[in-house]
Design a protein around this ligand. Structure first.
Ligand code: FAD
Ligand code: NAP
Length: 313
C-alpha cells in the first residue's frame, strides 16, 4: 500500500530556492520535507564556475549545490529523492502524488521547481538530440574533443557554454539572431577575445543535418535573418542555449501564470493565487533568474509559510 507522509511544509524542488526554504523552514521548527525531483541541486549542477555567489569568488556549481543540500539537511530538512507527479490544491491538507507512490499531505507548499532549457523546436533538432544536439555543455562537452561546435543563443548561458566548450573543441561558433549579446559584459569581453571562438551575428539555425549510421551531426544550415541567405556550417556538436522556461507543469492549470508561464505571486511576496501555496525562484521570476535571487525568494517563501501556518492555528 502507498505510504502517506504528512508535513506542515512540503518543498518541491532542490535548487537554491528549495534548499534555502528548507534552511529557514527547519529553523522555524516546521520539520519540512523537501522532494528533490529529477535534477537534485537544480540548474547549477549543469554548469562549472559560478562567480557571482556572494562569499565565493569562484565555486563550482555542483559543489555549491552539494553544500546547500548539506546545509538544509543539517538544519533539519528531510530530503527525499522523489518526483511529484500531481498536486491537488482543492482541499486542505493539500495532496501531492509522487512517482514513487508515496502520497504527501501538506498544510502548506513551497513550489521551487525552477526552469528548464528551451529548444528551437526544429524536427531535425529533435532527431539529433543526444546524437550531437545538446542543451548542456558541462554534461556533453567532453564528447567533442578536437571537433568544431556550434552554440546557439546570446545570453549568459550561451556565452558561458561557448567559453567552456573551448576546453574541448578545435573551434566554437556562436550563432546569434542579433548582433548584440544580453550576457554580462565581463563574459562578453572574454568571448570576443577568445581565439577559438567566432561569432555569427544575425543568423538562425534552419536545419541540423547528419548521418544515420552511425547517427551523428555533420553540420547545420544557418539562415541570415535579414537577407534569408542560407549558409552551411560543418560541425559535430550543436549546443542550444536559448534560455529557459518555467517548470510549471504541476500547476499551470491551477495557479495563475503570466509572461510565458511564470507563476504569479502577490507584490513583494511569494504568495500565489491559492492561500498556503507559495512559489519561489525561477518558477516565478521572469526578470532576474539568478541563484542568489532564487535563494532570497526561498527564504521569503519559508518565512511567509511560517506566518501563514501560525495564522491558521
Ligand atoms: P532550479 O535550480 O531550476 O531547480 C529546480 C528544482 O526543481 C530541481 O531540483 C528539480 O529537480 C526540481 N523539480 C522540478 N520539477 C519537480 C517535480 N515535479 N517534483 C520535484 N522536484 C521537481 N545563476 C547565477 O546566479 N550564477 C551563475 O553563474 C549561473 N549560471 C548558470 C549556468 C547555467 C548553465 C544555467 C542553466 C543557469 C545558471 N544560473 C546562474 C541561473 C541559476 O541556475 C538559476 O537562477 C537557479 O538555479 C534557479 O534556482 P531554483 O531553485 O529556482 O530552481
Ligand atoms: P536568456 O538570458 O533568456 O537569453 C536567451 C538568448 O537566446 C537570447 O540571446 C535570445 O535572443 C536567444 N533566443 C531565444 N529564443 C531563441 C530562438 N528561438 N532562436 C534563436 N535564439 C533565441 O537565457 P539564458 O542565457 O539561458 O539565461 C537565463 C537566466 O539565467 C538569465 O537570467 C541569466 O542571467 C541567468 N544565468 C546567469 C549566469 C551568470 O550569472 N553567470 C549564467 C547563466 C545563466 P535575443 O537576445 O535576441 O532575445
Amino acid at each position: 500500500m502507498a505510504e502517506t507522509r504528512k508535513t506542515k511544509v512540503l518543498i518541491i524542488g532542490s535548487g537554491p530556492a528549495g534548499y534555502t526554504a528548507g534552511v529557514y523552514a527547519s529553523r522555524a521548527m516546521l520539520n519540512p520535507i523537501l522532494v528533490q525531483g529529477l535534477e537534485p541541486g537544480g540548474q547549477l549542477t549543469t554548469t562549472t564556475e559560478v562567480e557571482n555567489w556572494p562569499g565565493d569568488s569562484h565555486v563550482q556549481g555542483p559543489d555549491l549545490m552539494v553544500r546547500m543540500e548539506a546545509h538544509a539537511r543539517a538544519m533539519g530538512t528531510e530530503i527525499i529523492g522523489d518526483i511529484i507527479s500531481s498536486v491537488d490544491f482543492s482541499k486542505r491538507p493539500f495532496v501531492c502524488q509522487s512517482d514513487s507512490g508515496t502520497v504527501y499531505e501538506a498544510d502548506s507548499i513551497i513550489l521551487a521547481t525552477g526552469a528548464r532549457a528551451k529548444w528551437l523546436g526544429l524536427p531535425s533538432e529533435e532527431a539529433f538530440k543526444g546524437f550531437g544536439v545538446s542543451a548542456c555543455a558541462t554534461c556533453d562537452g567532453f564528447f567533442y574533443r578536437g571537433q568544431e561546435i556550434v552554440v546557439v543563443g546570446g545570453g549568459n548561458t550561451a556565452v558561458e557554454e561557448a567559453l567552456f566548450l573551448t576546453n574541448f573543441a578545435s573551434k566554437v561558433t556562436l550563432v546569434h539572431r542579433r548582433d548584440e549579446l544580453r550576457s554580462e559584459k565581463i563574459l562578453e569581453d572574454r568571448l570576443l577575445k577568445h581565439p577559438k571562438i567566432e561569432t555569427l551575428w544575425f543568423h538562425e539555425i534552419e536545419e541540423v543535418y547528419g548521418s544515420d549510421m552511425p547517427k551523428g551531426v555533420e553540420g547545420v544550415k544557418v539562415k541570415h535573418t535579414k537577407t534569408g541567405e542560407i549558409t552551411d556550417l560543418p560541425c559535430k556538436g550543436v549546443f542550444i542555449a536559448i534560455g529557459h522556461a518555467p517548470a510549471n507543469e504541476l500547476v499551470k492549470d491551477t495557479l495563475e501564470t503570466h509572461m510565458g508561464g511564470y507563476v504569479v505571486t502577490k507584490p513583494d511576496s511569494t504568495e500565489t493565487s491559492i492561500p498556503g501555496v507559495f512559489a519561489a525562484g525561477d518558477l516565478t521570476d521572469h526578470k532576474y533568474r539568478q541563484a542568489v535571487t532564487s535563494a532570497g525568494m526561498g527564504c521569503m517563501a519559508a518565512l511567509e509559510a511560517e506566518r501563514w501556518l501560525a495564522e491558521q492555528e
